[in-house]
Design a protein around this ligand. Structure first.
Ligand code: URA
Length: 208
């Protein structure tokens, strides 16, 4: 199984707070943003740099800047929106591509209902964000969409992953790195990750 689990103490501490049964909507939302920020830091660790000459305070100086087109962040509706501001804190000029996929609770298969992707995807890194990688169906469908539009550099940032979802994504798209705060035990019969976080979308939006 190929997944990058980030064992930074702050990430693990924030994840522990998210797992508490009585966590409030406000706290869950804040922690989700903070975790997204820290995970995005890890996911962007290998962005290519290029030397650029600028006018510094004492004359010309050559500095290192991120090379290439601005990356695109791809929140999967609805829960992915909860991670968006955290990622944008680090890459404020990123373009946003939104994908809407609803999980059918019986078949557990994703049903697309919205797709608004930025242009020139062949030249950009796409960072897909979704708090929970459960069956992997939504993530595979989103990667399929991005690749159909020519995107060749894709990473997925999730807070919690289930082995079932990781395996599906690894099999369908072995080139896509998954960055997560935790690889949990398994999915239950309702498609929830165990121990997981419960319904992350409901917890972020306060709907329950
Ligand atoms: N989506 C969630 O919000 N939680 C899960 O455990 C699985 C999918």
């Amino acid at each position: 199984m190929k997944i990058t689990v980030v064992n930074h103490p702050l990430i693990q501490h924030k994840l522990a707070l998210l797992r508490e049964a009585d966590v409030s909507t406000n706290k869950f939302r804040l922690l989700t943003e903070e975790l997204a920020r820290l995970l995005a830091y890890e996911a962007t660790r290998d962005l290519p740099l290029e030397p650029v000459e600028i006018d510094g305070w004492c004359g010309k100086v050559t500095v290192q800047k991120v090379k290439g087109k601005k990356l695109t962040v791809v929140p999967i509706l609805r829960a992915g929106i909860g991670m968006l501001n955290g990622v944008l804190d680090l890459v404020p000029s990123a373009k946003i591509s939104v994908v809407g996929l609803a999980r059918n609770e019986e078949t557990l298969q994703p049903e697309p209902y919205f797709e608004k992707l930025v242009g020139s995807l062949d030249d950009r890194l796409a960072l897909i964000i979704d708090p929970m990688l459960a069956t992997g169906g939504s993530l595979v469908a989103t990667i399929d969409m991005l690749k159909r539009k020519g995107c060749t550099q894709i990473k997925a940032i999730v807070m919690v992953a289930a082995p079932e979802g990781v395996k599906l994504v690894n099999t369908a798209h072995p080139d896509v790195e998954i960055v997560a705060a935790s690889l949990d035990s398994h999915l239950n019969e309702h498609g929830y990750i165990i121990p997981g976080l419960g319904d992350a979308g409901d917890k972020i939006f306060g709907t329950k």
